[in-house]
Design a protein around this ligand. Structure first.
Ligand SMILES: NC(=O)c1ccc[n+]([C@@H]2O[C@H](COP(=O)([O-])OP(=O)(O)OC[C@H]3O[C@@H](n4cnc5c(N)ncnc54)[C@H](O)[C@@H]3O)[C@@H](O)[C@H]2O)c1
Length: 249
């Protein structure tokens, strides 16, 4: 992992779960960190423990994402890696349970958050002579999700965005963009359905498995790839079937 030592990364959704675990792993690799979340108490405590910076950042706000990049540059003078990780479950469905504000919030955090974070980070990564974007999508970005279709919709959108950035970013800028696509992992986000998953014997990932997959992406060479992380199989880029007809890439 020597190639990450001394690099600068920011992490959204860093106060718990996957973001926190990645922050802890990157800190042990000597990466300088700026942590971002809306849970300031946990985020500030983690930052103090790791010697990192912390900024209150709501990923659904473009201004907050721009402030996060500015704060990272002010503290460290460069940016190598943007981990666009914050996410929430949708909290509503398509029928009588539809709620416009809840729907907008889910799309704002999970999709706008990745778009705004990538947009805000791009010039800093270019100025750095290169770097990488890693977005946390989900297996929900690759398969149907019967109990949360809007979560599947915004995670599929992140997958489409990352695949497209892989062929959009100019190779001379030396910026890679990839997605992390975990199945259910043992964090706060699955608390409401953890009993159901256990009852149906659905295998749940250890968070460390997701961190290992993140590290493989971060230290790899690929771009435009969406790495699945499931129990019982090594993580690797999902191989999408060829679509019919001419394609642009
Ligand atoms: N745990 C899983 O089963 C699983 C599976 C696939 C994908 N994911 C994705 O992993 C990412 C991390 O989730 P997790 O599993 O660590 O859950 P988590 O709930 O433990 O962590 C999510 C973090 O995001 C923060 N957050 C929520 N809204 C935010 C906002 N608007 N701006 C900034 N931060 C915000 C929360 O405060 C929390 O610290 C999410 O994108 C989630 O969709 C999780």
């Amino acid at each position: 992992m020597a190639q990450l030592t001394g690099q600068v990364a920011f992490i959204t959704g860093a106060s718990s779960g996957i973001g926190e675990a990645v922050a802890r792993r990157l800190a042990t690799e000597g990466v300088q960190l700026m942590l971002a979340d809306i849970d300031d108490a946990r985020g500030e405590a983690l930052a103090a423990e790791l010697g990192a910076g912390y900024l209150h950042t709501d990923t659904s706000s473009l201004e907050d994402n721009e402030a996060l990049v500015a704060a990272t540059l002010a503290r460290y003078g460069r940016l190598d890696l943007a981990f666009l990780n914050a996410g929430i479950s949708s909290g509503c469905g398509i029928g009588e349970d539809f709620d416009l504000a809840t729907y907008r919030r889910a799309m704002g955090v999970n999709l706008d958050g990745v778009v705004f974070g990538a947009h805000a980070a791009l010039e800093a990564l270019k100025a750095n002579g290169g770097g990488q974007l890693i977005a946390t999508a989900s297996m929900a970005g690759l398969v149907a999700v019967p109990f949360d279709p809007f979560y599947a919709a915004n995670k599929h959108a992140v997958v489409g965005l990352v695949r497209s950035l892989g062929v959009t970013l100019d190779p001379k800028d030396n910026i890679r963009a990839n997605a992390l696509c975990p199945s259910f992992a043992d964090t706060n986000i699955i608390k409401p359905i953890k009993g159901f998953l256990e009852d149906t014997k659905f295998p749940i990932l250890e968070v460390s498995d997701v961190v290992d997959a993140f590290m493989a992406i971060a230290t790899g060479t690929g771009t435009g790839q969406c790495h699945f992380v499931v129990v019982g199989r090594p993580s690797e880029p999902f191989q999408f079937r060829n679509a019919p007809g001419p394609v642009l890439s």
